[in-house]
Structures are given as structure tokens and as C-alpha cells.
Write a protein that binds this ligand. Structure first.
Ligand code: AP5
Ligand code: MG
Length: 208
């Protein structure tokens, strides 16, 4: 099975993709995670992409395309999280050998909810787990490995605003790109994680 998850920053793409990958199973390919790993390792690519990520802007496709192509060449069953997010990237993806998407799941979440979720997001710098700080009982340690949780560098209010603007201008045309090809599955991304998960499973089942 080959899936793409589309949606604004904080829509829950990573959360849903991790569960899809574990359930079906599929290879979870998050371009955000791949790029953050390059930055953390201080590679040549990491040094080139860091300024874009820091500013909440998209990394140019000429820096990212090869990374995605190499990763996709290693698997035939995957869930792509955060790629494509421009029409140029969608066309590039369609041109890759062996890529034939079964469904594109579009998680619809409004701006207010995105801002609320990203203000509460906490990530584990050791194992990569993503969680949310609970206002009533704040937790500072990772539920998976116990390491001290952190906020993602691009989750401050100004960069969330920038990322959402970039999403509106660059990524909403990708929604129409896949709608025109008849493989778009729109899912209400609001509500609890469990509610969203049930809707996604139904959408994926309908596509199989
Ligand atoms: P990326 O890492 O992909 O960031 P993003 O698209 O902005 O999305 P997020 O990871 O912030 O959110 P998410 O939808 O995964 O939500 P999550 O599941 O964590 O990209 C980062 C940067 O890398 C980009 O800005 C760009 O610079 C670069 N980049 C990446 N891909 C690129 C590409 N293709 N082209 C060019 N540049 C690229 O959930 C968010 C929070 O909400 C969590 O705390 C979670 O626990 C919580 N949550 C999840 N579901 C629910 C729910 N139902 N109810 C309540 N809380 C929930
Ligand atoms: Mg993510």
C-alpha cells in the first residue's frame, strides 16, 4: 500500500503516520524527520537546509528530491508524511519508478486548533516520540524512554504563523492536484486522536 498524508502543520500527520506504519505495516517516511536528522548530524545537506527550516519556509525541491527518491527506492509500501507539499513535488513523486499511490489522506484541521496543538507539542530529543504537554498535569519526561522532553524549534508562535501561510499558498494546490486524480480522501482531523484514527482507517479501507 502507498499512502500520502496531507495537512497543515500540527494537523496530526506524524501521529497518524506512525500508527498507520505500525498497524499495516508500512515504512513511515517523514521528510521533516529526515531533514531534522541531517541538521542534527551536521551533514552538508543539513547545513544547507537548516536556514529554511528555522525560518518556517519550504526547503527547495532540488535539495530534497534526491533524498526522497533514495528513500522510496528502498520500499514499495509506505506512508509519506510531509511530502509532497508543492505541485512540483507531487509531479516529481508521480514520475518516480514504482510509485503508484493508493490514497492521499487529507487531514483537515483549522488554524486555531493547529496553534493550540503546536503550543502543547513536546518532542523527545532521544527517541523521537511526539507527545503533548497536558496543562493540568505537566510532564517533562518522555513517556517512551524517560528523557527530558523539549519543544520543536519551529513551534514558536511566529514560525507557526509562517508555516501555516506557506501551507496555504504552497500545499493547498496539492489537495486539488490529488482531488483531480480521484485519490483524495478528506478526513476531519478535529477531535480526539482515537476519533481521527477511526476516520483515517475507514478512509484507507475504502481505498484498498
Ligand atoms: P514537518 O516536520 O513536516 O512539519 P509540518 O508539516 O509543519 O508538520 P508537523 O510535524 O508540525 O505536524 P504534524 O502534522 O506531523 O502533527 P503531529 O502529529 O506532530 O516539516 C518541518 C519543516 O521541514 C518544514 O517547515 C520545512 O522547512 C521542511 N520540510 C519538510 N518537508 C518538506 C517538503 N516536502 N518540502 C520542503 N520542505 C519540507 O501533531 C501535532 C501535535 O498535536 C502533537 O503534540 C500531537 O501529540 C498532537 N495531536 C495529534 N493529533 C491530535 C488530536 N487528534 N488531538 C489533539 N492533539 C493531537
Ligand atoms: Mg510531523
Amino acid at each position: 500500500m502507498q499512502l500520502v498524508l496531507l495537512g497543515p502543520p500540527g494537523a496530526g500527520k506524524g501521529t497518524v503516520a506512525a500508527r498507520l506504519a505500525a498497524t499495516f505495516p508500512l515504512t513511515h517516511i517523514s521528510t521533516g524527520d529526515l531533514l531534522r536528522a541531517e541538521v542534527a548530524a551536521g551533514t552538508a545537506l543539513g547545513r544547507k537546509v537548516a536556514p529554511y527550516m528555522k525560518a518556517g519556509q519550504l526547503v527547495p525541491q532540488d535539495l530534497l528530491g534526491e533524498v526522497v527518491a533514495r528513500k522510496l527506492a528502498t520500499t514499495t509500501s509506505f506512508v509519506l508524511d510531509g511530502y509532497p507539499r508543492t505541485v512540483e513535488q507531487a509531479e516529481f513523486l508521480a514520475s518516480l519508478p514504482g510509485v503508484s499511490l493508493d490514497a492521499v489522506v487529507y487531514l483537515r484541521v483549522d488554524r486555531e486548533e493547529v496553534v493550540r496543538r503546536l503550543a502543547r507539542r513536546r518532542v523527545c530529543p532521544v527517541c523521537g516520540a511526539t507527545t503533548a504537554a497536558d496543562e493540568t498535569s505537566p510532564s517533562t519526561s518522555c513517556p517512551a524512554c524517560g528523557a527530558k522532553l523539549a519543544r520543536r524549534e519551529d513551534d514558536d508562535a511566529a514560525r507557526v504563523t509562517k508555516r501555516f501561510e506557506v501551507y496555504l499558498t504552497e500545499t493547498t494546490p496539492v489537495v486539488e492536484f490529488y482531488r483531480a486524480r480521484g485519490i483524495l480522501k478528506e478526513v476531519d482531523g478535529g477531535g480526539t486522536r482515537e476519533e481521527v484514527w477511526r476516520r483515517v482507517v475507514d478512509a484507507v479501507a475504502a481505498a484498498r
